[in-house]
Structures are given as C-alpha cells and as structure tokens.
Ligand binder design. Structure first.
Ligand code: IMP
Ligand code: MG
Length: 179
C-alpha cells in the first residue's frame, strides 16, 4: 500500500485484525485485573493502542484510571540507544496499587523492564504488562508480557502508533516499509 510520501508499506496486521484482537485482550484483562487497577500507557508509541484498548475495556466493563509515562530509548533511528530516560513522569501515586503497563511493542524488553522495576520500587502491589506486539527474537532481558496482542517476527514495523523517525504513526494498520 502506498502512503503519504509514496513509500510502499506491506501490511502485516490489518486494522480489522487489530480491532478484533483488542476486544479479546480487553476481556482477558478485565477478567484478570482488580477493580483498583491503574493503567499506565508508555508514550509515545502506545497512544493509538491505548486509546482503542481503554474503549474496549470500557465495553468489557472496566472503567479504570489512567496516567501516562513517557520513556525514551530509541533516538530518531531504528536502533536502541540502550539507555532509558524518563521524559515525563506519572502524576498518580502507585504505592499499593495494581498497575497495568501498556506499550506498543516488547522488543529488546529494556523499556518495559525499566518501567516494571521502577513501579515496583515505588511500591506498586502488582505490575502487569500488556504489549500489542511481541518480538521474542529480539529480547535481551528476561521479561515476558502478561497480555500480548500479536507475536511478530524480527522486522521493523510502523503504523498504529509505531514510528520510524517520528513518522507513520497515524497508519491504521501495522506494516513493514518496503522502500
Ligand atoms: P525495547 O527494545 O523493548 O525497549 O523497545 C523500546 C521501544 O522501541 C518500543 O516501545 C518502541 O517504541 C520501539 N520499537 C521497537 N521495535 C520497533 C519497531 O519494529 N518499530 C517501531 N518502534 C519499535
Ligand atoms: Mg515505545
């Protein structure tokens, strides 16, 4: 499919597939998490997924508070810098709470490991991880998500919140750049 700048994107997961999977994920999450759950989407990549997931959760009967945290690991390229920075911190206290961390993709795992450890250090009672995509082949740390939308192969993906150098986040599907 050709997008804004005539780049060709091969669709890997269609918007219909994403939507259907999110309904199932929301039901699983609603059944597994307690009433006092705090949702923490990790910006920026998760914002599209989080927006759809919170509405699916509402349909599934879960009406939970939400607070964002912005973490940065990648610079502007496609290679991880290895260091995680807190660009914007939470405003909600997490002590004693059950937290659902939401992200676009579990890649090396460093970002979500950092987030989980930070929330535990701050006294969260329980930290669960929900990632729309999981790239197990890329993992460099010992971390598994509790809720996963789709397992994907080791290929750089864009769309549905995922960017390459800040672009393609608004595509309604997930795809790979073909050139
Ligand atoms: P980590 O390597 O698991 O720490 O992933 C850090 C972040 O890298 C993710 O939250 C994404 O924002 C980004 N990322 C990893 N893989 C991809 C990809 O295939 N496309 C776009 N962003 C990615
Ligand atoms: Mg991210």
């Amino acid at each position: 499919m050709r997008v804004m700048d005539h780049t060709s994107i091969a669709i890997r997961i269609s918007s219909a597939e994403i939507a259907a999977r999110i309904e199932d994920l929301a039901r699983d999450i609603q059944a597994a998490m307690p009433e006092d759950t705090l949702m923490v989407p990790i910006l920026t990549g998760s914002f599209v997924f989080a927006a759809d997931l919170v509405r699916a959760l509402a349909r599934a009967g879960a009406d939970w508070p939400l607070d964002f945290m912005t973490l940065s690991s990648y610079g502007s390229g496609t290679k991880s810098s290895g260091r995680i920075d807190i660009v914007r911190d939470l405003r909600e206290p997490v002590s004693g709470r059950s937290v659902l961390v939401i992200d676009d993709i579990l890649d090396t795992g460093r970002t979500l490991l950092f987030a989980r450890d930070l929330l535990r250090e701050r006294g969260a009672r329980d930290v669960k991880i929900c990632a729309l995509l999981d790239k197990p082949a890329r993992r460099t740390v010992d971390l598994a998500a509790d809720f996963v939308g789709f397992a994907v192969t080791d290929e750089f993906l864009v769309g549905y919140g995922l960017d390459k150098a800040g672009r393609y986040r608004g595509l309604p599907y997930i795809g790979a750049i073909e050139g």
